[in-house]
Design a protein around this ligand. Structure first.
Ligand code: PEP
Length: 252
């Protein structure tokens, strides 16, 4: 399995089409030795097609921040994995904490999305992570275990890789993070739980960390044995800053 560090940007509900194209190209051209890293950007739906066209043949790839589980139908306002693939996506995130908290997505829905994305040959990024309250009451491991059990319930479609993002809710956009050792410990737990649930297919998993990753801490998180990559929100919005973070992980 390819073990390049994975670094992705989550641009959330920011940037017009023009800004997304401009900033994606800026990032792509600023990365030194791009073959050493896997870099992709999760865009708003409206920018996906234009950015994927602009990045054709380049190293930075494109993904979506959300997806629906059906292929087509009367689901006003939703976007299917087929449509994402058609627009040039290679990745789709499912279950981000903001989707769970603001839009009421539960793990049953997230499980359907996770499997639909895999069925269509896109790489899903499944988010797991505990809230501040759950952490304070010592429930982190129980919460992560439950989230994974629901997401992997039933059968997992055959195929390629899937990414799990450990993203504690209390670390998102706050500047507060677990220590790299704490995140590493949870990522190891994720690996063990998945192995228990799906056996050998767990080899398809790459396990990442997200939540207030910055220039100061990115190399520390990526130096951990069980952290295969990082997801970056706020610090990815400025393309020069994001490229600097990526370059910090590249050997000359
Ligand atoms: C995110 O919300 O996916 C994220 C990683 O955000 P931030 O880096 O801003 O904590």
């Amino acid at each position: 399995m390819d073990k390049k560090p994975i670094i992705f940007a989550n641009w959330k509900m920011y940037k017009t089409v023009e800004e997304s194209v401009r900033d994606s190209l800026k990032i792509d051209s600023s990365i030194r030795n791009p073959h050493q890293v896997e870099v992709f950007i999760l865009l708003s739906y409206t920018s996906i097609y234009a950015v994927s066209q602009a990045l054709r043949g380049k190293s930075v790839k494109v993904g979506a921040q959300n997806v629906f589980w059906e292929d087509s139908g009367s689901y006003t306002g939703e976007v299917s994995p087929l449509q994402l693939k058609d627009a040039g996506c290679e990745y789709a995130m499912v279950g981000h904490a903001e989707r769970r908290e603001i839009f009421g997505e539960d793990y049953g829905m997230i499980a359907r999305k996770f499997k639909a994305v895999m069925r269509h040959g896109l790489i899903p990024i499944l988010c797991v992570g505990e809230s501040e309250q759950e952490r304070a009451s010592g429930k982190t491991e129980e919460v992560i275990r439950n989230q994974l059990e629901v997401a992997f319930g039933g059968t997992v479609p055959p195929g390629g890789q899937f990414y799990i993002l450990y993203e504690p809710v209390w670390a998102i956009g706050t500047g507060v993070t677990p220590t790299p050792q704490e995140a590493n410990h949870i990522n190891l737990l994720v690996a063990e739980v998945i192995r228990g649930l799906i056996g050998k297919s767990a080899e398809r998993a790459r396990i990442l960390y997200g939540g207030s990753v910055s220039e100061e801490n990115i190399s520390k998180f990526l130096s951990m044995d069980h952290i295969d990559g990082v997801g970056i929100g706020k610090a990815s919005l400025d393309p020069e800053n994001f490229a600097r973070l990526v370059n910090a992980c590249i050997r000359d």
